[in-house]
Ligand binder design. Sequence first.
Ligand code: MSP
Length: 599
Amino acid sequence: MQGFLTASAAKLPRSPLYTAIRAGWVCSSCKRHGASRLPALSSYQRSFSSSPARTTAAAPKPYYVTTPIFYVNAAPHVGHLYSMVMADVFKRWEVLKGRQAYLCTGTDEHGMKVQRAAELQEVPPKIFCDSNAETFMDLAQKVNMSNDYFVRTTDPDHREAVEFFWGRLRERGYIYESKHEGWYCVSDEAFYPENMVEKRVDSMTGKPFIASIETGNEVEWTEERNYHFRMTDLKDRLLQFYKENPQWVVPATRMADVVSWVQNNLEDLSVSRPASRLSWGIPVPDDPSQTIYVWVDALINYITKAGYPMWTPGSENALGWPADVHIIGKDIVRFHCVYWPALLLALDLPLPKRILSHGHWLMNSRKMSKSIGNVVNPFFAIDRWGVDTMRYFMIYNGGVSQDSDYDNSFIVDRYKKGLQGGLGGLLNRVTRSKAWNFRSIIEQAHGQVLKPADWKLQHMQAEITELRRATECLSQNTADFFENELNPGRALKEIMEVVFQANRLLQHTEPWNLVKQGEVEAAHQIIYHAAESCRIAGILLQPFMPEKSGRLLDRLGVDQGQRTFDHARFGSDSTYGVSTVPLGEGAQSSLFPPIPAEN
Ligand code: MSP
């Protein structure tokens, strides 16, 4: 390996950035060069004009969450939307908790798949990518994603990061040239060993073809000279890392698959393709006759926007690396849980802290996929159901361990039960009744210790106490689901369970009748408890439904400054109770109006 290092040194990448950084580079792990050489970097500091302000070296590491970057060969579908919403919910959760957080999404634009799609449309690949990347940007905006970055693998800063990364791999002896023979799947952009392909017959045409066993997609035989990455050299370090970090991949069953794959199937990885076959990509820096493998290119996106390679000592973490969580679909686990850590380990760079791999959305029992043609257009879905309804539905029904079926009737069902009846019903009941003055109840009941013994209606005690207990535990339980289990779906269900519980209390006790019967104190206690559940649920729902929960808190009259995680505590706010917006009249004025009947 050392011999290779010397041989390759003469052919280091020639980009000015690379050369400049080489001169002053300080390896973040071994700190081989002295800090005195660092000033050389400053003039090359990338301009982060569209980026959030850099934090100082002393500041705590910002939270950093990513989506996969999306292939631009086809339009987005609701499967992609799921990754986007999931990641956004994680970022917003951290912001709610008062932490600085960055979210990165983007598009994966190189590779054979995109090259062929552009050829098919007879459009130059960059123009093809520009137009399709814009659709993904539009979707991010439409779904109210709070991403700080939108990385495109055709961006110059990304290209520089990839070139630099490649140069470091070469320098460390991890890249060698060799003949490659094997199966390549353009649709998956993946090489497969012989034991992972099989003969199949196309059910439509009756034509036999060779397919990946895992994905069912067609593979083609390739024989070429290309560069390889010595991934097998990292086998022990990978296995050691998995052993020390058993919670690294969620869910745990997928972690077991990863470990087993590394134990039994790990091979060196082909990391380039001849430019004569694949021209649409980043050329190997010192050998333009080869193009860098699209997955190596793509994975590096996660550190591009975290500032790599401009990681000066003390500021490596300023933009969030190592990522707190990469959100990915279950089909790309191997790339993220084997190839990516192997590449990072090769350069002694920190590994992402956790990987959350979610299940797929199915349509007619098959993975929603453009190639099958069973996709739902996310723009249409958002137009039809509303952005927050879609966000709510996707997180509520979407699976982590399991796949989920997509059907409009499920959306209607969730909307009616959870939003219209559940949350909207609770809000209306506490704020709109003529039987009490909502603000006075908050003012008077706030801080009072529940004195059930004083009440004539003892049978209500248990239910009120139970709601109070559930509401008091809610923020911590929600935090556990987010932060330990990486399961926003469970967190959402936990919040909604309290909403349902508050509604049940109202239905059972009928405070409007209690008022008529003169049981005013009991009625007020019940309303106060239901209002606190509604307020706290509203605060905790902000990451899931930013618009609707904002409007809910407006209607409750919760001050903008009192909508943080710290305020999601029972009795922590006595100032609300007067709506800051007109409540309006009639069904359509409701926060969750009835769904219009189909034409
Ligand atoms: N470009 C790669 C990712 C590179 S990340 C360094 C890729 N792109 S993709 O467009 O095919 O998929 C993007 C994400 O969408 C993946 O997480 C994938 O799992 C997810 N989904 C694609 N179809 C899906 C469903 N039907 N359901 C849920 N998620 C799905 O892979």
